[in-house]
Ligand binder design. Structure first.
Ligand code: ASP
Length: 318
């Protein structure tokens, strides 16, 4: 079954409300396009979907602009707790870490757990694993995220989520929010994988569990793969990623599966976005939020979803 197919790639840097200020938008565009270019080159060189997804997540985690790894938002107690998951569609295998602290790349722990009998670890277990693997202690805090938290604290944590991306001008002008990262890849062997990594919603209660390290927010089979972003509770309530993937697995086209799932989400007043690929190479995105920061490579060129109109939007490239 080692069919050589045209690789496809879509990544996201979160969903939320408008990116005020052109500088912010162009900077986000540059970051996303550069990472798409780097990861797509890996796929072309024959790297498998799972490895490409991990690499892409690491690059996004390392970019302080996005709310994952370095640049993660702070929780209500001023601490950073990150969550990440990986699903290999070929193996049908999910792994992840929930609320891990002091590591540089949570997705690395998720990758390690792919081959472990215990595949999802929570805070204490993740810390023990990081220690066992002798990962160096890392402080993911950035000055900008600290300033956001201090301001929110003064306002008594009124916001439901942290800023979509960390940009000085955005932090000042935008009043809402998000910024998780995700990568979905179809490799040259026809296999799919999805990865998602987050610092959480920001300002949340200690112990709150994000959708990003649950199948609800990150799911893949050998038919389709999806990574979600937005209000985790809404994503969990819709069980969004498996909802789309199972529809495709049962014979619906990716476009129809996204359209149907986002019509339901709009009706249920959910606030989120998702990126998806299917095994035929269709690339899709959907959002009910104002913006979805996604970029993709269709085999010919790179494009993005940064300037879609507000509200529910679905796109699918066959
Ligand atoms: N879904 C993430 C969470 O609720 C946040 C995000 O996507 O930005 O933890």
């Amino acid at each position: 079954m080692n069919l050589q197919v045209q690789p496809k790639l879509i990544i996201h840097g979160g969903a939320g409300s408008s990116l005020h200020g052109k500088g912010g938008l162009e900077a986000v565009r540059r970051s996303l396009h550069t990472i798409v270019e780097q990861v797509y080159a890996l796929l072309l060189s024959g790297v498998n979907a799972s490895v490409a997804v991990v690499q892409g997540c690491q690059l996004l985690e390392d970019n302080p602009r996005f709310n994952a790894g370095t640049g993660s938002v702070l929780q209500s107690d001023g601490q950073i707790r990150m969550s990440a998951s990986l699903m290999d569609g070929r193996l049908g295998r999910f792994s992840g870490v929930i609320n891990v602290s002091r590591v540089k790349n949570p997705i690395e722990l998720a990758q390690f757990l792919q081959n472990s009998p215990d595949r999802v670890l929570s805070d204490y277990g993740s810390a023990e694993l990081a220690r066992e693997l002798q990962l160096p202690t890392y402080n993911a805090l950035t000055e900008l995220r600290l300033q956001e938290w201090i301001q929110e604290r003064q306002d008594n944590f009124k916001s439901t989520m942290a800023n979509v991306v960390a940009e000085p001008e955005l932090a000042e002008t935008s009043n809402s929010r998000r910024g998780t990262i995700g990568v979905v890849a179809l490799d040259t062997y026809g296999n799919l994988a999805a990865g998602t990594s987050t610092g959480g919603k920001g300002f949340e209660r200690i112990g709150r569990v994000s959708d990003s390290a649950m199948p609800a927010g990150n799911y893949a089979t050998n038919h389709a793969a999806v990574s979600c972003t937005g209000i985790g509770e809404d994503i969990i309530d819709e069980c969004l990623a498996p909802r789309v993937v199972v529809r495709v697995t049962d014979g619906m086209s990716l476009k129809d599966a996204m359209q149907r799932s986002f019509a339901e989400a709009t009706q249920n007043q959910r606030d989120f976005g998702a990126i998806a690929l299917d095994v035929t190479g269709a690339i899709a995105w959907g959002k009910t939020s104002q913006v979805l920061l996604a970029a993709y490579h269709n085999g010919e060129k790179i494009d993005d979803t940064l300037e879609l109109p507000d509200g529910t939007e679905i796109g699918c490239i066959l």
